[in-house]
Design a protein around this ligand. Structure first.
Ligand SMILES: Cc1cc2nc3c(=O)[nH]c(=O)nc-3n(C[C@H](O)[C@H](O)[C@H](O)COP(=O)(O)O)c2cc1C
Length: 328
C-alpha cells in the first residue's frame, strides 16, 4: 500500500508540483498540510516497539526525525502524526525575521534525484510569538526546538525561554544563508564559550547542528569542545553552501540526494573518531529506505530529513519504517 501511495505522490510531484512556480508549490503544499487531517490516517505511521530508540535519554518511537523547516504549530502537529519519531521546529531567533526576499527557494535536478537550494534566511515569528504557540502544541512524539542566534546571549535567551517547551533543544550553528549563524563554524574558539553557556542554560538534552562544509573544524575543534561542555549529540548536518544565481542572495544551501555521499562520509568519520560517546543524527539527502538504513547501519543514532518529505511525500516515513521493521 505504501509503495502505491509513494508512486502516486511521485507522479504528483513530477507532473504537477514541479511544474508550478516554487512559491505557488510551497503555498499549496503547506496549505494542504495545514488543512487536511493527514495525521489521523494510520497509513502514514507504523507503530512497533522494536523500532524505538533513545536520543539524549529521550525515547523516540522510531529513529526518523523531521529536520528543521516548519514553525507553524498546525504543521508541526500534523507532522507529529506522519510517522516521525521526533519533529524539529524551524530555527527560531530572538526577534521576528521576514527572511530573505524571493526568490529564496529553487529546485535542483541532478542525476542523484530532485533536491532544493534555499536562502530562506530564518523566516520566523521570533521568540515571544513562537513560545505562545508552542504552549498549545501536544507532543504526540518528542519535539526538538531549534534555535539560532548572533551572540552567546541570544542563544542563552532562546534556550532558557524555549527549553521548557522542548523535549530536546537543537542549536543551529550551520545554516549557510545568513552570516549570523554560519560564522560560528569559522571561529571554533569563540564557540567554546557558546557551548558552555548554552549547556548551563537548560537541563534538556542539547544537539549541535553541524555544517558539512567544515568537516575538519567539526572533527578537531567543535565536537571535542561540545563533548567537553557536556553536549553529547550532534546533528550532521545542515545544507551545503552553493552558488545559485536564481536566488536573491546569489547563493544558498543545497539539500537533497546530492549531499547524501557527504552525509555518509561525515557520519563514518565521526563515528570512527568519537565512538559511542557521541550520539549522531545523520541528516542530508535521505530520500529512500535504502539510504536511511545505510546511515543506521553505519552507526547513526537517528536519521533526519526534510527535502525527502517534499520530493517523496509524507509516505516516505512509512516506507522507511516498513523496511527497518523487516530488518528486525
Ligand atoms: C527551505 C529550507 C529551510 C530550512 N530551514 C532550516 C532551519 O531553520 N534550521 C536548520 O537547522 N536547518 C534548516 N534547513 C536544513 C534542513 O533541516 C536539513 O538539515 C537540510 O535540508 C539537509 O537535509 P535534507 O537533504 O534531508 O533536506 C532548511 C532546509 C530547507 C530546504
Amino acid at each position: 500500500m505504501s509503495r502505491v501511495i509513494g508512486a502516486l505522490y511521485r507522479l504528483l510531484y513530477d507532473g504537477i508540483l514541479c511544474r508550478l512556480p516554487e512559491p505557488t508549490a510551497v503555498a499549496l503544499g503547506q496549505t494542504a498540510l495545514r488543512l487536511l487531517p493527514w495525521d489521523r490516517l494510520s497509513v502514514f505511521r507504523l507503530d512497533d516497539r522494536r523500532l524505538a530508540v533513545t536520543l539524549g535519554g529521550v525515547r523516540l518511537p522510531n529513529p526518523l526525525i523531521l529536520a528543521a523547516m516548519y514553525y507553524d504549530p498546525r504543521i508541526l502537529r500534523r507532522a507529529m502524526g506522519l510517522g516521525f519519531g521526533a519533529v524539529t521546529t524551524k530555527s527560531i531567533t530572538v526577534d521576528p525575521r521576514p527572511g530573505h526576499p524571493a526568490p529564496n527557494l529553487a529546485r535542483v535536478r541532478t542525476a542523484a534525484g530532485p533536491g532544493l537550494v534555499n536562502c530562506n534566511g530564518f523566516q520566523n515569528p521570533g521568540l515571544e510569538r513562537f513560545r505562545a504557540t508552542l504552549a498549545r502544541l501536544p507532543h504526540r512524539v518528542p519535539l526538538i526546538v531549534s534555535v539560532a542566534g548572533e551572540s552567546v546571549s541570544d542563544y542563552v535567551t532562546l534556550v532558557t525561554a524555549l527549553g521548557p517547551a522542548a523535549d530536546l533543544v537543537e542549536f543551529n550553528i550551520s545554516s549557510p544563508n545568513t552570516r549570523l549563524v554560519y560564522e560560528w563554524s569559522k571561529k571554533p574558539r569563540e564557540l567554546v564559550a557558546l557551548l558552555r553557556a548554552v549547556r548551563a542554560a537548560t537541563n534538556k538534552p542539547l544537539i549541535v547542528k553541524l555544517s558539512p562544509d567544515f568537516a575538519d573544524a567539526n572533527e578537531f575543534e567543535i565536537i571535542p569542545a561540545a563533548l567537553e561542555a557536556g553536549i553529547r549529540i550532534v546533528n550532521y548536518g545542515n545544507t551545503r553552501s552553493v552558488e545559485d544565481r536564481r536566488l536573491s542572495q546569489g547563493s544558498g544551501g543545497l539539500s537533497g540526494p546530492e549531499i547524501f555521499p557527504v552525509t555518509l562520509e561525515n557520519l563514518r568519520r565521526t563515528r570512527a573518531r568519537f565512538g559511542r560517546e557521541l550520539e549522531i543524527i545523520a541528516t542530508g539527502g535521505v530520500d529512500s529506505p535504502e539510504k536511511a538504513r545505510r546511515l543506521l547501519r553505519e552507526g547513526a543514532t537517528a536519521v533526519g530529513y526534510f527535502t525527502g518529505f517534499i520530493t517523496r511525500g509524507p509516505i516516505l516515513a512509512r516506507e522507511i519504517l516498513e523496511s527497518l521493521r523487516a530488518d528486525r
